[in-house]
Design a binder for this molecule. Structure first.
Ligand SMILES: Cc1cc2nc3c(=O)[nH]c(=O)nc-3n(C[C@H](O)[C@H](O)[C@H](O)COP(=O)(O)OP(=O)(O)OC[C@H]3O[C@@H](n4cnc5c(N)ncnc54)[C@H](O)[C@@H]3O)c2cc1C
Length: 479
């Protein structure tokens, strides 16, 4: 019998697991995917919004501002890359200036620090900003984060502290029983006192398995363009358009790894697994981005992707308990990532009303830091190489990732099991060649470390094998 089963290992599920790990509880996280952070939490703008945007009356406003303030300590403890680079919201005409003034009122009500910039101050901060820009709202507490690293670190810490994670188990049925709930997956059946539904765009389906009040989540797709890092100066803050009813609009932003992101679009769709991109939508994204900047480095474009927002008819976050012991996280669209540290505290408080939360004596607050060879000095690298020669074998030339870092990413708690899992944890394949050079080498390391055949190495979920048969010769032994 579990105390708590969390359905979903995105940022919300991982944060709840991290919060509960410090108590003497039996906690299980279940996800249908092959890895944590495989759905919306891994396909977003990665902005820790300051909180000036949401209407002050909403739950979004409360949790965004609180969540933002909690990130420094958590990222420090868990060794997650997070930078408070500040955001600038740009108005180019009278209508947008009026909308910016409304945002200013929200910023005051939500107690978010900000400054209003005129054209000259704006251009001093961002030389590539459009010449049409008239006025801007600068929010210094806005930040950028690596969401993959965040989810993995949260789950790793939770597992270091005794939480269990079951991947590739789809929840099919939930039955109310006298002790709480029976959660039935494609493989197993578990009893639990409490269920936390953190299933993202599928949270309505989980709710509707057991709750009399039916819910509906509609996926709203956002498409992006990703640019490689380059040495010439470009944007150093997150640049936003003035938000509209469709969302925060297109942004131009650096990422924690020095890449640049342009997007997202905003379109309601039918299918919850449709993460395709189209040339037409991406062209619209580029057009929108030219309303923010006069230059887009198209020659550095390396990929595109899409993520799905979990839209609920309230257009707000809904954290409720429709039946005792069943906690829903519904409508967790943007700023769900920024809010997640605070969302998880709300869930923890709801659980506290049901079960006595007794602290563990041997709770580990931090996780072992990553090696991050590309951030180290030559002397520090040499020191590492002396201890382990795998750090001298450069596997990803674009992102400068060594074999030692990949091996470490496989053998930690919540370790990588697939090529995408390695990519999310230590970045080989994120660079200019998009895995063209490093992917076969990563496959060999995965096969060797997991003691499986090369043919059984997957890119991501079940069935996504890369190799079918050997065509000629023996394996080369470069590794
Ligand atoms: C385009 C876009 C841009 C965004 N930008 C930002 C931003 O800049 N800042 C910000 O704060 N927020 C942003 N967001 C919102 C943020 O990404 C989300 O709020 C957050 O990622 C939601 O996390 P989650 O854990 O609730 O959902 P998810 O990450 O989707 O996780 C849900 C998990 O549940 C699992 N699951 C579902 N059904 C089942 C089942 N039956 N059995 C087992 N497992 C199941 C899924 O596999 C998945 O792993 C953006 C979202 C989008 C789409």
């Amino acid at each position: 019998m579990f105390d708590v089963i969390i359905i979903g290992a995105g940022v919300n599920g991982a944060f709840v697991a991290y919060r509960l790990a410090k108590y003497q509880l039996k906690v299980l996280v279940i996800d249908k995917e092959s890895d944590v952070c495989n759905e919306t939490s891994g396909a977003n703008s990665a902005i820790i919004h300051s909180g000036y945007d949401p209407d002050p009356k909403t739950l979004k406003a409360k949790l965004n501002v609180m969540g933002n303030s909690l990130y420094d300590e958590i990222c420090h403890d868990l060794d997650v890359e997070f930078k408070r680079i500040g955001s600038i919201t740009i108005a180019c005409n009278e209508e947008e200036i009026a909308a910016l003034d409304k945002l200013t009122n929200h910023a005051v009500a939500n107690k978010v620090p900000f400054t209003i910039l005129d054209e000259h101050q704006l251009r001093e901060k961002e030389p590539f900003v459009t010449k049409k820009a008239k006025k801007a709202l600068y929010a210094p507490t806005s930040g950028i984060i690596n969401p993959f690293e965040l989810c993995v670190a949260l789950m790793e810490n939770a597992m270091d502290n005794g939480v269990s994670l079951h991947l590739e188990e789809k929840v099919k049925q939930i039955i109310r029983v006298s002790e709480g709930f029976q959660v039935v997956t494609e493989q197993e059946s578990y009893l639990t006192k409490i269920v936390v539904n953190a299933a993202g765009v599928f949270a309505d389906e989980i709710n509707n398995m057991v709750c009399p009040q039916l819910e509906k989540i509609t996926p709203r797709k956002g498409e992006y363009l990703v640019f490689d890092h380059f040495t010439e100066p470009y944007v150093t803050h997150t640049l936003f358009s003035v938000p509209t009813s469709k969302g925060k609009g297109v942004l131009v932003s650096p990422s924690t790894h020095g890449n640049y992101l342009i997007g997202p679009s905003s379109t309601f769709i039918e299918e919850k697994d449709d993460e395709s991109t189209t040339k037409e939508t991406l062209n619209e994204v580029i057009e929108q981005a030219y309303r923010l900047v006069d230059y887009i480095p198209m020659n550095h474009l390396i990929r595109q992707f899409a993520g799905l927002r979990a839209y609920h008819e309230s257009n707000d976050f809904v954290i409720n308990q429709p039946i005792p012991g069943f906690i829903n996280l519904l409508g967790m669209q943007s700023p769900g990532l920024a809010s997640a540290p605070a969302t998880s505290l709300e869930v923890e408080a709801m659980i506290k009303e049901k079960i006595d939360l007794v602290l563990k004596e041997n709770y580990q607050k931090t996780r072992r830091p990553l090696y991050r060879l590309n951030k180290k000095t030559l002397a520090e690298r040499n020191e590492l190489i002396k201890r382990n020669s795998q750090f001298a074998n450069m596997i990803c030339r674009c992102e400068q990732i060594s074999e030692g870092e990949i091996v470490d990413a496989i053998h930690r708690n919540c370790g990588a099991r697939t090529i995408k899992g390695v990519k999310k944890r230590v970045r080989p394949g994120f660079g200019k060649c998009q895995g063209g050079f490093c992917e076969p080498l990563v496959m060999k390391i995965l096969a060797r470390e997991l003691k499986i055949d090369m043919k059984d190495v997957r890119f991501n979920n079940k069935g996504s094998y890369i190799l079918k048969n050997k065509t000629k010769g023996e394996n080369d032994d470069r590794l």
